[in-house]
Design a protein around this ligand. Structure first.
Ligand code: ZN
Ligand code: FE
Length: 253
């Protein structure tokens, strides 16, 4: 099984999970690049997986369904046209054509019903966790988003992280404001700068790397607590308060 990024719009990645014959697609904001890839590689569409309702993740559903009537999995708590299999925490998405299954996690914060898919050592997290960052809180509270990110942090360190956008360098620039002395963060920047110079995706990442460099997963680390406290002008004594301050800082960055 291979997982391939199909770039779309400015900085979206539509992820194709494929085995040489079949492909499932995660968050197809646009059908055209997906259909192009399928036909070039002789792949048959097996399923569509959706993380949340935003157009850059759902815009291609209708055209893909005209091409092939496949099951469409998506968040139970959001109203998205085309979804045939609404799912949430506790559900499993089985893709027999690809011999893979995914556990569904409710991860509210970016949107109220946002879900993620975890299986085959891979996490498809939409706009919840980003490489070295996290999604904006359009419909959720900081406490919800923090809890959602903690669900990811509990997964194995070697989990491959497939986010829906290429935001790494911008996020690293902010992360360095929070933790200017984080060695792994500085090393990551060198690597990812080189990757982007060659126009390659910096994704997937791993949870181990995110835990070591992503300020939003590091709200219990002394350096992050100190920086967030400094930003908010008073000592912050719990992880949700630290998360809230770092998110606010990022919004203004
Ligand atoms: Zn979004
Ligand atoms: Fe998005």
């Amino acid at each position: 099984m291979k997982i391939i990024p199909v770039p779309a719009f400015e900085d979206n990645y539509i992820w194709l999970i494929c085995d040489g014959r079949y492909a499932a697609v995660v968050d197809p904001g646009d059908a055209e690049p997906v259909l192009g890839h399928l036909s070039r590689h002789g792949l048959r569409l097996a399923a569509i997986l959706i993380t949340h309702h935003h157009g850059d993740h759902t815009g291609g559903i209708e055209a893909l369904l005209r091409h092939a009537a496949v099951p469409v999995y998506g968040p139970r708590k959001e109203n998205i046209p085309g979804i045939t299999n609404p799912v949430g925490t506790g559900d499993t998405v089985r893709l027999p054509e690809l011999g893979v299954e995914f556990a569904v996690l409710d991860v509210p914060g970016h949107t109220a019903g946002h879900i993620a898919y975890y299986g085959a050592n891979s996490l498809f997290c939409g706009d919840t966790l980003f490489t070295c960052g996290c999604g904006k809180l359009f419909e959720g509270t900081p406490a919800q988003m923090h809890a959602s990110l903690q669900k990811f942090a509990a997964l194995p360190d070697d989990t491959q992280v497939y986010c829906a956008h290429e935001y790494t360098l911008e996020n690293i620039r902010f992360a360095k404001k929070v933790e200017p002395a984080n060695r792994q963060l500085l090393e990551r920047e060198v690597r990812d700068l080189q990757t982007r110079e060659r126009s390659r995706p910096t994704l997937p990442s791993t949870l181990a790397l995110e835990k070591a460099t992503n300020p939003f997963l590091r709200c219990e680390h002394p350096a992050v607590i100190e920086a967030a406290s400094h930003f908010s002008g008073s000592p912050l004594d719990d992880a949700v308060k630290v998360f809230t301050a770092v998110r606010e800082w990022r919004n203004r960055f």
